[in-house]
Design a protein around this ligand. Structure first.
Ligand code: RNT
Ligand code: ZN
Length: 497
């Protein structure tokens, strides 16, 4: 693999990058500082293929599957923690751990899931405390005889439902105990496998039952400083191809109505959908979101996360939308075909890389330029309509001048931006005034045409729109120029009167 870079090479490369980024108004030190505050929730279940300690040799159920048989899977809490320590040591930053209920330590004696208590996780809590990890939690509603029918909280059997309701209530209490002890809220996420391979006659009844079960589970209020409830939706699973009770629509509605978090797993939608696009919609109606960053290959296959376009887009959305404080980033994959510690490290580091890339974008400028691009399209549309109008008119020369000037301003503001040149940025104020004057005269001219010949009205209206659009485009360039001045001087200046 060649020789690794020397410390000096790294240092020099960074110095160069820092300078270039500064050239487009991006402060790399600030980006790195922001990255340091990003805490991922590493999923304990990558370390042993979702086996847990309750019945490690039992079969994994619920339609999830870890494929591969790479040697070295953790066989005990001590082994799992030591593997995790190794993984965390190779992941920069300070990160959380996401536990599943089947990772309880019950000292060799069987404890039913509905009887689990915080003391069964004392070993984890001590370890988290001494290593500075926050904890998150999940009830385990699969890999259990009571889940053999494929149904849990939505089962038609009241005894089955009751068992899982009690397990989920116990899980919230365990979560709250973590939050209280560690001073950081525990996200307790409910995912159930309930669904059918075949098409049911009644799609509504199980959903009604699920709603009632959830209502019972969440009835006791818990301080949000200690525990945050999340619900995880899914499109389909193995054995639930035709019907999943907890669909996206179901849980989105539930989360909005009951003020819980919504968990979006990147493997839980149609392969052509991306959860990146869902964030800005979902977060209009729910306060916070939990992400299960995963990599589905053709299905919810839970491959290790790579720096794919999708991973990049998810983190871009989080950063561009300033959502880092509303989005809890968890990982969810279980790949047994490669070294399990490496899987954690590769997945986590790729999410961090994607986050850093997003933090290094000159977001505000990109936004202005995108709007400017939209204006160009708007103008093209109006020209097209003009050509189909009953009678054409001579374009006022002022409008041509406005167009040329606006274009020039677009170039000027980008030059100012790249060179962080305050003088050039300020020059746009004058140009902007010039555009305003031109607009006034163009409007007067066009109005005069309309008054003398009403058949020309269509064209006049379109050209008035064009004039207004050009004027807005010029405004965008002064916005960028204002930002350049701010980046360079730390002072806010108004260029656009
Ligand atoms: C299953 C869900 C769920 C699980 C974990 C183990 O499709 O993604 O989050 O992966 O609870
Ligand atoms: Zn998940």
């Amino acid at each position: 693999m060649g020789t690794p870079p020397t410390g000096k090479q790294l240092h020099d490369a960074y110095a160069l990058a820092k300078e270039r980024y500064a050239g487009v108004g991006v402060d790399t030190e600030q980006a790195l500082a922001a990255l340091r505050n990003v805490s991922l929730s590493l999923h304990c279940w990558q370390g042993d293929d979702v086996a847990g300690f309750e019945n490690p040799d039992g079969e994994l159920s619920g339609g999830i599957a870890a494929t591969g048989n790479y040697p070295g899977k953790a066989r005990s809490a001590a082994e799992l923690r030591s593997d995790l320590d190794r993984a965390y040591s190779m992941i920069p930053g300070s990160h959380r751990l996401n536990l599943h209920a089947i990772y309880a330590e019950t000292g060799g004696k069987p404890v039913e899931r509905n009887a689990l208590r915080p003391e069964h996780f004392a070993g984890w809590l001590d370890w988290a405390k001494s290593n500075g990890h926050g904890l998150d939690f999940n009830p385990t509603c699969f890999s259990h005889p009571m889940a053999d029918s494929g149904f849990t909280l939505a089962s038609y059997d009241p005894a089955v439902r009751q068992f899982w309701i009690e397990h989920c209530i116990a899980s919230r209490e365990i979560g709250a105990s973590f939050g209280r002890a560690l001073g950081t809220p525990c996200v307790t996420n409910i995912w159930i496998p309930d669904g059918l391979k075949d098409t049911p006659i009644d799609r509504a009844a199980p959903r009604q039952l699920l709603k009632e079960s959830l209502d019972t589970i969440l009835a006791a209020p818990i301080d949000r400083a200690h525990n945050l409830d999340a619900v995880e939706c899914k499109l389909f699973g193995l054995g639930s191809e035709s019907y999943v009770v907890g669909s996206h629509e179901f849980y989105m509605g539930y989360a909005i109505k009951n003020n819980t978090l919504l968990c979006l797993d990147s493997g839980h939608f149609h392969p052509t959908e991306t959860i990146a696009d869902k964030l800005s919609s979902v977060l209009m109606y729910v306060d916070e979101v939990l992400l299960h960053v995963s990599r589905g290959v053709r299905w919810d296959s839970d491959h290790v996360v790579t720096l794919s376009d999708e991973t990049a887009m998810i983190l871009q959305e989080v950063v561009r939308g300033q959502l880092l404080n509303r989005v809890h980033i968890g990982l969810d994959f279980f790949d047994a075909s490669i070294n399990r510690v490496a899987a954690w490290v590769i997945g986590a580091r790729n999410v961090l890389r994607a986050t850093l890339m997003a933090l290094l974008e000159p977001i505000d400028e990109l936004r202005e330029l995108e709007r400017a691009g939209d204006y160009a399209k708007g103008i093209a549309k109006r020209v097209d309509r003009c050509l189909r109008a009953p009678s054409l008119i001579e374009t006022p020369p002022g409008l041509h001048r406005m167009g040329a000037l606006a274009q020039e301003m677009l170039h000027t503001c980008q030059d100012a931006f790249v060179r962080l040149d305050v003088g050039v940025a300020r020059s746009l104020a004058r140009e902007d005034e010039r555009v305003d004057e031109l607009e006034d005269s163009v409007v007067a001219e066009l109005m005069a045409v309309a008054r003398t010949d009403p058949t020309k009205l269509d064209c006049v209206i379109y050209l008035l729109d064009v004039a207004r659009t050009l004027e807005r485009l010029a405004d965008r360039t002064t916005n960028i120029a204002e930002r350049v001045i701010f980046i360079a001087t730390n002072v806010t200046e108004q260029l656009n009167s």
